[in-house]
Design a protein around this ligand. Sequence first.
Ligand code: NAD
Length: 478
Amino acid sequence: MTYPNTRLYIGGEWRDASDGRTLDVVNPVSGEVIGQVAHASKIDLEHAVDAVAEGFRKWSAVSAFERYKIIRKAASLLRDRLEEAARLLTTDEGKPLAESRLEVNSCADLLDWFAEEGRRTYGRIIPARSLSVQQYAVKEPVGPAVGFTPWNFPMSQIVRKLGPAISAGCSIVIKGPEEAPAAPAVLFECLHEAGVPAGVVNLVFGTPSQISEFLVPHPAIRKVSFTGSVQVGKHLASLAGLHMKRVTMELGGHAPVIVADDANIDAATTALVASKFRNAGQVCISPTRFLIQSKVHDEFLDVFVKKTKALKVGDGLAEGTQVGPLINERRRTAVESLIEDAVNKGAKIETGGHRIGNSGYFFEPTILSGVNTEMRAMNEEPFGPVALVKSFTDLDEAITEAGRLPFGLGSYAWTSSASSARRLAQGVQAGMLSINHIGLGLPETPYGGVRDSGYGYEGGSEALEAYMNTRFITHDAV
Ligand code: NAD
């Protein structure tokens, strides 16, 4: 398969940047440039705003049932192109092919779910205080939206914004990931072929800060959604606040995992190794702080290390690879520096800890034990293949540690006691808690954080609410 360069998709057309500018796309397996992505200029962004405004006029006048049929068709076209899209995802981003196939499939499932939910955006009749008055609430799309999406799930991060937006009747400009643009282009081709009218969905790439500074304050844009780091999220939320825009923020985390004495260690370690090292740990809900009750700490660590050592790291396109490279050198240096800091402050490397090879951005799956809260890794999101293991004695101590950081996105717990599960469900301050399995991120379940991890949801019926206004009408008979 020859690697396709990616252009901008504006107003239903694929086009180069008006000034011809491009950015290099680098394969993380080799570190080599494999192609280009168009870099939007200010003129392109002006075109995108005109297109998305016109798209909204058209799409908001299409019935929910027609929108549903078109979006379902796009999902079906995407399934037809699963293998091609998955290969492009792996080539750009590095994750193993099996994970890319899951991502593309999940995008089709998400589109189906949002399309269905778009048919159920019910308003309501509210009993009035006078018999001559009728009062009702209706749901309406908020208007043209903009979504900023990162590189770690190049396609599904887009679908989590675009899907609910267009199902609710909004139009949207997506600022996609410059690091991994090719699979998103396949998604937009499917939307185009399915019959999404020109201007309803638009895809641009470029310099993120220039794009957000132009689009977020623009009067035509009514809604802003961002997925990325807490720091950038706070900046964009304040910019949107200045211009009174609706906002969804899907930011970073530092997921705690609480494993109690009565947990099934074999089941827990199998699930957690797969989840920790999925996408080389570059996942906002990646399990990170492993808090293990003292009686099972040594046993857990022993089995966890053995299973981690058995992981096969390599080129995501090669058969049997379970962990691919990191996205770029910047990420690898960041991970390395967190490990160095932890080791200098007394952590023990149980396995991994080093970069691999001379080409690409590979890093060993790493487990550190004996960690403490002075270490940077225990406070900053590692966003890489690093697990931090710490023991605790009492469940309340673990719940306190889980809530110590300002983040609150994903969290996990293993226990066979119903009362401990209940204490954890009540005590752990996180947007999502998964007990005795890894169960986060399905289309039909709410997906979102609390505190510094952001606000709003990108899954379940809550996801559509984010793209709708509720209008109230009261009508007295004359
Ligand atoms: P980064 O902070 O430079 O960028 C994160 C994302 O924000 C990227 O997609 C980038 O394009 C975008 N971005 C940056 N500045 C922006 C701006 N001014 N306006 C609009 N968009 C902007 O970090 P990075 O090195 O690419 O990624 C590493 C960090 O980002 C991680 O530590 C992690 O916390 C966070 N991250 C989180 C998620 C997530 O799923 N929540 C995904 C990717 C990255």
